[in-house]
Design a protein around this ligand. Structure first.
Ligand code: PLP
Length: 449
């Protein structure tokens, strides 16, 4: 048995993977190296990383500076608690930098280690805020169908994809889901942005505004199939939240740190959230780190609390010095190489290249913002019926053409199509970006035949 076969065999025996099913791990790619937008496997193949890992490797693979930042901090002190009465410089400096790049109202950062934990924390920030304001019954969270907020129990309960719920119920009570602003599949009579915002308002009224703590929304839904809202949606949603005294949580786990061509994405529509969850791009995936950015109103509540109502939320690794040192260096790379502006420019080019795929019978919709794009597959151009099973075939054909993409599986209920998700590193060379639509065209044609 060669080294790679032995590794795969041992993998099968000992490792449970995320979203595990043994069928998916008969011939896994064994990734051994990464450089820029490329990944290399144990059997000598090279692939364009069309999803930046899992939407996270914003600065690209193989950055020596990030390895050096981690090593230097580990040599100095690898771990120091940020609990009562202690702090460390990387956490402080990174928090300051993040606030500087976030919204005008952003005030302070609490660090976590991942996206789901950031959302769990954001829900607790929201509940805490209302308890400080003497409205202790405002606890419910409203989210949207097709949303992905992570898979810990409360984050899972906000996630709007039934496949993630099926084997893990019951969900946490007090989570309510409403329609998403999904223009391609919108069925209401109103303009989808206004209609979907009003669906949130109806839900607040149905639940009782005095029971609702917050609405959580990804600025662009990522794992749900790169669903870009109409420009009317977030301004209307912000007004609805204000009207009913409900906080707005922006889940920017994917959209943060430049992905959409802005440091944080609600700026596209001139909207400021009360809380922001982030993860992924903060370290470009080099180490696990996430967090919550609290706007001034929420931060003031924490700062002004009496000792017996203190913010009793915590995690051993909140403000981890090594993760924060890597985060700081990563943000400096994004700044220094102008990767946010680059994402805006090359994202527009990528989307324009993908638009040309609309002539293919299997392409129903093409959408994107910055360096995150989606191509929704349908049975036929003329009808929007999902082409079930086509997505995985396209992914296999893309892989045969040295492109790794991720498919958001469609379904019959709700009837949406498989969606090819593309989100290459923000540093991907222009020539590589230009090749992506051609590769996808060939893959879709081969898979449809
Ligand atoms: C928008 C969004 N929120 C939350 C999460 C969960 O993050 P994690 O997997 O780090 O827990 C993800 C992961 O893809 C995500 O895309």
């Amino acid at each position: 048995m060669d080294g790679a076969s032995e590794l795969i065999e041992t993998d099968r025996r000992f490792l449970v993977h995320p979203l595990h099913h043994p069928d998916d791990h008969r011939q896994p790619l064994v990734i051994v190296e990464g450089k820029g937008a490329m990944l290399y496997t144990a059997d000598g193949r090279a692939f364009i990383d069309g999803l930046s890992g899992l939407w996270n490797v914003n600065v690209g693979h193989g950055r020596e500076e990030l390895a050096d930042a981690a090593a230097a901090q580990m040599r100095r002190v690898a771990f120091a608690s940020a609990y009562i009465g202690q702090t460390n410089e990387p956490a402080v400096r990174l928090a300051e930098k993040i606030v500087g790049h976030a919204y005008a109202s952003s005030a302070a950062v609490y660090f976590t280690t991942a996206g789901a934990e950031s959302n769990e924390s954001a829900f607790k920030f929201a509940r805490y805020y209302w308890k400080i304001k003497d409205k202790p019954n405002k606890t419910k969270i409203i989210s949207r169908i097709h949303a992905y907020h992570g898979v810990t129990l409360a984050a899972l309960s906000a996630t709007g994809m039934a496949a993630y719920h099926r084997m893990f119920g019951p969900l946490v009570p007090g989570f309510v889901q409403v329609a998403a602003p999904y223009p391609f599949r919108w069925q209401g009579n109103q303009e989808p942005g206004i209609g979907a915002a009003e669906a949130v308002e109806k839900s607040i009224l149905a639940e009782g505004a005095d029971s609702v703590a917050a609405v959580i929304a990804e600025p662009v839904m990522g794992a749900g199939g790169v669903i870009v809202p109409p420009p009317s949606y977030f301004p209307a949603l912000r007004q609805i939240c204000d009207r009913h005294d409900v906080l707005l949580i922006a889940d920017e786990v994917i959209t943060g740190f430049g992905r959409t061509g802005r440091w944080f994405a609600l700026g596209h529509w001139g909207v400021e959230p009360d809380l922001v969850s982030f993860a992924k791009g903060v370290t470009s995936g080099y180490l696990p780190l996430g967090g919550v950015i609290a706007a001034k109103n929420v931060h003031d509540a924490i700062e002004s609390a009496p000792s017996d109502r203190r913010f009793m939320h915590a995690a051993t690794y909140s403000g981890h010095p090594v993760c924060c040192a890597v985060g700081l260096r990563n943000v400096e790379i994004i700044e220094g190489e102008g990767l946010v502006e680059r994402a805006a420019l090359f994202g527009r080019r990528l989307l324009a290249g993908l638009e040309i795929l609309r002539d293919l019978p299997a392409v129903g919709d093409v959408r994107g913002l910055g360096m995150m794009c989606g191509v929704e597959l349908v049975a036929d151009h003329g009808n929007k019926a999902p082409a079930l099973g086509l997505g995985p075939r396209v992914a296999r054909e893309a892989l045969a053409r040295e492109l790794l993409v991720r498919i958001r599986p469609g379904g019959v209920d709700p009837a949406i199509g498989d969606t090819i998700c593309l989100a290459p590193p923000l540093s991907t060379p222009a020539e590589t970006i230009e090749r992506l639509p051609e590769i996808l065209r060939a893959a879709i044609i081969a898979a449809s035949g």
